[in-house]
Design a protein around this ligand. Structure first.
Ligand SMILES: [Zn+2]
Length: 179
């Protein structure tokens, strides 16, 4: 079986040392530029929107950053399940989530959303990192109300966050809007 196939069958990855993939050490040339997302690696960190001088840009290596590699492999270490009822604006939730991702990616390009899928009244979000899943769950709870629950896997430390958005909380939101 090829590595890629094994990975696609076991999407959460199979690390025995419980180190999240975002923390895995990989050596990159300083500077490097991600050919997929344009993030720049220098001084041991990946950043989006970083500018290189002409000289630095000339010697930069084109690589695939850890976030893009993980997203391409479908590897995820965070999952958020959001249960909604009919009163909830689904597009508003998605927009909120993308906004959280966008902000996280400025400083941490390796933290990103791998996939979002609606299954009935549940939105299933997979992220490359536990921290992004955690932040998404908290932001959704803050914006839409609801009950959040977190559980970490004993196997690899992956985070499952569930948010149940209760319609009663929507009233609070409406009141805040009109205030
Ligand atoms: Zn990238």
């Amino acid at each position: 079986m090829t590595k890629a196939l094994i990975r696609s069958l076991n999407r959460r990855g199979t690390q025995s040392d419980k180190t999240p993939p975002v923390a895995r050490k990989q050596k990159f040339n300083d500077p490097s530029i991600c050919q997929r997302c344009g993030a720049v690696y220098t001084e041991k960190t990946w950043r989006r929107g970083r500018r290189l001088t002409g000289e630095a840009a000339a010697k930069a290596k084109w690589v695939t950053c850890p976030g893009c590699a993980q997203a391409a492999a479908g590897e995820y270490y965070g999952q958020v399940l959001i249960d909604v009822d009919d009163t909830v604006d689904r597009n508003a939730i998605l927009a909120r989530i993308r906004n959280v991702e966008r902000r996280a990616m400025i400083t941490q390009p390796e933290r990103r959303i791998v996939a979002t899928n609606w299954g009935g009244k549940t939105l299933d979000i997979l992220t490359t990192s536990q921290k992004l899943a955690h932040r998404i769950a908290c932001e959704v709870e803050k914006a839409f109300g609801g009950v959040v629950h977190f559980s970490w896997s004993d196997d690899d430390g992956a985070l499952l966050a569930t948010v149940k958005i209760a319609s009663s909380k929507m009233k609070l939101r409406k009141r805040a809007k009109s205030a």
